[in-house]
Design a binder for this molecule. Structure first.
Ligand code: PEP
Ligand code: MG
Length: 584
């Protein structure tokens, strides 16, 4: 009998193949006493497990290195770095000493502590980093308990769909090396490194398919639909035929979109649109360049700070930004200054005491930087210096008023003077822009525009602050809608302010990556989009099939409505009509 199971599709594509249920042994961790005289020996045992775990990862890296790009291998490096991180090492060692307990138990306690830190982060991406902690801990525990952790060999796996409880990025890379057709895991979320990796390497994948290992047996025929997050086991002939046809269509569609790589984004009536990508680290540029050799409209620098778990020094930042710039090969790089606080935290502030009651409204982003300029200046210096090497722009997040903007501009000027006095090379004419992501900034966009080189609309926050809802609170999720007329008015005001001042206005929030809104934004006059790499070609496809002279009056009419539901209905109709026309 065929069964349909739902999970979360994290890497689109359809795979059809035989299932391989991969269950690994995992020993239960129990606590036992280790007398003080044995502490040293127990610590040695733990350190040995750390070095074995590291050896295992190096071995995997070596095995797959020949045909795997360096940026993909970097997913393994994240775990190698974690193994070297003192938080694991020192925390576990002090647990062994303080509790006189075995290394497994001590590590478990430490991992719970770390998971809690990540769990309390508001940012969904950072929250998911707890998966990495758990993956690394499992590897160390397996080393401590002598539990083998190996993937079956290639002959068993080629062309198969793997069903597992959870996969680490290293497992995923090994499996891809063994040419699997796709994978399904019972646990893990869409933002886990395993999910991101599967998208990067293009294997159809589903996570969060609970009980999949109980419902599916090795050898059964499986279909997985990575876009819908759906798997069907033992499909009937009709389903098989249907999905084979879909797979064919999908391959054709991908090829069609791929033809748009490096083709300029230009509307049918000749308006050139700039389409950049968003990145979190220099390594993300590889994925971006797979779709287009374009620039970066938003480089979120938080990851560097979070990975260092503190404020990295000027040199570390300079080298990291330079790496990003060189990877872009002369395409523009927009570096956003650090947006710490609220959903993106580092240990130093966690250690400083109780969190603000309302962190999203608290000392976040530029507010935090201006409170501690001595911590911020190294970033300003690093950006100013790297800008001397290529087309770099600096973008300030979460500004709310012109006085604050003036203070930031003064600090940039002071930093320039410092560099000048030290005879250190930097870009005297570095372009500075602001994220418009709070309503106050959008309402003052004309004043901002007069003093800046560009603006970029951050709809993720603009929606949250305009509609007074926490962007990660599921309870109020239903209100989170970019089509709320108040949000649209603020976006329109910002676009208009930029045009008035003759400076570019881009949109780098998630709204830019959602093709449902591409025509709306074009019709509102947006000319610069910064999007997620994997949606870039789809957005370009719509741009290149749109005619502004036809869109503008239709969008204007839609914007006259006062209700989100009406706007949504009208926009859906317009989208449907336009895409039908494109298809015919
Ligand atoms: C935004 O707010 O839209 C944005 C791009 O910034 P972040 O999501 O990093 O807050
Ligand atoms: Mg933001």
């Amino acid at each position: 009998m065929s069964i349909l199971i739902n999970g979360i599709g994290v890497s689109s594509g359809i795979a059809i193949g035989e299932a391989y249920v991969y269950s690994r042994e995992q020993k239960e961790i129990s606590k036992y006493k280790v007398p003080a005289a044995q502490h040293k020996k127990e610590i040695r045992r733990f350190k040995k497990a750390l070095s074995n775990a590291s050896e295992q990862l190096h071995e995997i890296k070596n095995k797959i290195a020949a045909d795997t790009p360096a940026d993909i291998l970097a997913f393994i490096d994240t775990h190698l770095l974690m193994l070297e991180d003192p938080t694991f090492d020192e925390g576990t060692v002090s647990n062994i000493k303080a509790l006189s307990c075995n290394a497994e138990w001590a590590l478990n306690l430490q991992s719970k502590r770390l998971v809690k830190v990540f769990d309390e982060m508001d940012d969904p991406y950072l929250r998911t980093r707890k998966d990495d902690v758990l993956h690394v801990v499992r590897r160390i525990q397996n080393c401590l308990t002598d539990t083998p952790d190996h993937i079956p060999d290639a002959r068993q796996l080629k062309g198969r769909i793997i069903i597992a409880d959870d996969l680490t990025p290293a497992d995923t890379l090994m499996l891809q090396h063994q040419k699997i057709a796709g994978f399904v895991t019972e646990f893990g979320g869409p933002l886990s490194h395993t999910a991101i990796l599967s998208k990067n390497i293009g294997i159809p994948a589903i996570v969060g398919a609970h009980q999949a290992r109980q419902l599916i047996k090795t050898g059964e025929t499986l279909i997985i639909d990575g876009r819908q997050g759906m798997l069907i086991n033992s499909p009937d002939k009709r389903s098989l035929k249907h999905y084979r046809a879909l797979r064919k269509e999908e391959i054709a569609r991908k090829a069609l979109l791929h033809e748009l790589k490096n083709v300029p984004a230009v509307t049918r009536d000749g308006k050139a649109i700039t389409l950049y990508g968003n990145i979190n680290r220099p390594e993300d540029i590889r994925a971006l360049r797979k779709f287009d050799e374009t620039g970066v409209g938003l480089y979120r620098t938080e990851m560097l700070f979070i990975e260092k778990n503190g404020w990295p020094d000027e040199e570390t930042q300079f080298k990291t930004y330079k790496r990003a710039l060189f990877r872009l090969k002369d395409k523009p790089l927009t570096i956003r200054t650090i947006d710490l606080g609220a959903d993106k935290e580092i240990q130093d502030t966690i250690d400083q005491g109780p969190m603000a009651h309302n962190p999203a409204m608290g000392l976040r982003a530029i507010r935090r930087c201006m409170k501690e300029p001595e911590l911020f200046i190294p970033q300003l210096r690093a950006i100013l210096r790297v800008a001397a090497l290529g087309p770099v722009r600096m973008m300030i997040p979460m500004l709310t008023n012109v006085e604050e903007l003036q203070q930031v501009l003064n600090l940039i000027e002071k930093t320039k003077q410092q560099l000048r006095a030290q005879k250190i090379r930097f870009d005297e004419n570095l372009q500075v822009g602001a994220m418009i992501e709070v309503p106050a900034a959008a309402l003052s966009a004309d004043a901002f525009a007069k003093q800046l080189d560009f603006l970029s609309i951050g709809t993720n926050d603009l929606i949250q602050y305009t509609l007074a809802l926490d962007r990660i609170d599921d309870e109020v999720n239903y209100l989170y809608n970019p089509l709320n007329p108040a949000v649209l008015k603020l976006i329109q005001m910002t676009i208009d302010a930029g045009k008035h001042a003759h400076i570019p206005v881009s949109l780098c929030g998630e709204m830019a990556s959602n093709t449902q809104y591409t025509r709306l934004l074009l019709g509102m006059g947006l000319e610069y989009f910064s999007v997620q790499a994997n949606t870039l070609l789809e957005v370009k496809h719509i741009i290149n099939h749109s005619k502004l002279s036809r869109l503008r009056p239709q969008i204007k009419k839609i914007l006259d409505h006062h209700s989100t539901i009406e706007i949504e209905a009208k926009l859906n109709r317009l989208n449907q009509h336009e895409s039908d026309k494109t298809a015919n």
